[in-house]
Design a protein around this ligand. Sequence first.
Ligand SMILES: *Cc1c(COP(=O)(O)O)cnc(C)c1O
Length: 479
Amino acid sequence: MATKFESAGKPAASTQRLLQAIPKVDEFLGWLDPALDAPAFLVKSTVRQLLESLRQEILKGGAIKPADLSQAALLPRLHKLLAARLRPNFRTVINGTGVVIHTNLGRSLLPEVAMESLLAVGSRYSNLELDLATGKRGSRYSLVEEILCELTGAEAGLVVNNNAAAVMLVLDTLAKEREVIVSRGQLVEIGGSFRIPEVMSRTGAKLVEVGATNRTHLRDYENAISEETALLLKVHTSNYRMIGFTSEVPLTELVTLAGKHTLPVMEDLGSGCLLDLSRFGLRKEPTVGEVVRAGVDVVTFSGDKLLGGPQAGIILGKKEIIAQIKQNPMTRALRIDKFTLAGLEAVLRLYFDEEQAIAAIPTLAMLAMPLAVIDRKAKRLRRLIGKELGSVCKVELKNITSMVGGGSLPEQPLPSRAVALAPLDRSVNELEKGLRELSLPVLGRIEDDWLLLDLRTVADKEIPLLANCLKEVFEAKNT
Ligand SMILES: *Cc1c(COP(=O)(O)O)cnc(C)c1O
């Protein structure tokens, strides 16, 4: 066995021969088809990258043979690297996870009308901040404020970047350097390290925790109220559910208590749905309208969770409080762009007719989707792949449960149907990875050695694409 180095710093003769066999950049470029459809700059830098990686591999004593440095061996490697660099980093995927509001996959999908509006204001000038009646400067917030108020009964409102920003902005406006009373049962972490206590300390608001983890009573709030109190805060515990010996103070009682002490009440509603979801067989969530009617002074919620719109943080409430928030310089830093406004207005307008909202807003349509419809989609996918994949993979239909996601309605089971795959030529984990790394990535979930593709979150028009992805991943291994 030859040692890797004859002496420190001097490569062995065999290593040197391999290094010398690496083609020069210009030589490599000469091998390429002149019709290759890629910017010359990118081609050259990819060739350099490939040659450098070979050099490093050889110096490390990796298992490289002279044949690995031939044109026949290197050209396909270059084409593969180049293809990876040419495709966009940010691209669409097929969501077979069955998680409807999947934060990692972009949360809510926008309805067709919202996309048309986005396209229009993106490619043409708009009245973003122009009051067309007076010809003077207008406010971008006024474009959706009236609609939001009509839909919820709120007096006023504004929209910022997301709900986390909305919570920070309200606390910064109403409770800077003062105390905010919140129940210990509601000190939630939303994910992505957004924790209520940390957000509050950032804004300079001082947290006064009351009650116990499982139970908080009205007298706990009452005993904590002092000269320093600025706000009573209720946080909707949207991403977890306490069961057993628990109690929370209803919003109406908090509002009455706050009224006696002339303090405002805020609710961070999290998901913020505008219509009653119990009609889809889902657990009843408080709607924004109900929270407003209960007399809350200010409520915040996300635009891209159960509402089904673009990423946004919606703040609604009493006129004086919203006016104060609009004056806060932080509002300017958290403002939404024209795409958000375009998408949000289009989605909100759909809510004027609830049936239309359910049919047109993908998040609602997927939550309300009857099992029979999901079953038909699953059968169609199986029909498209069954024959071709039969020899390399077991394909079955399975009953499973989808999830709402986005920290909304945890443990709310949604009966669904999946196409389940058990590959015969590789492990299920390898199949999962192979699908995830396609140009059009496919995401599913693994249960009991089956890869499940939940058809609830796969659109009709994606089914043929999904079938092609499955064929591609099996062909890649077997050719
Ligand atoms: C999701 C959520 C947030 C954060 O909302 P984003 O729009 O993701 O910033 C804050 N509070 C609660 C209760 C939530 O559920």
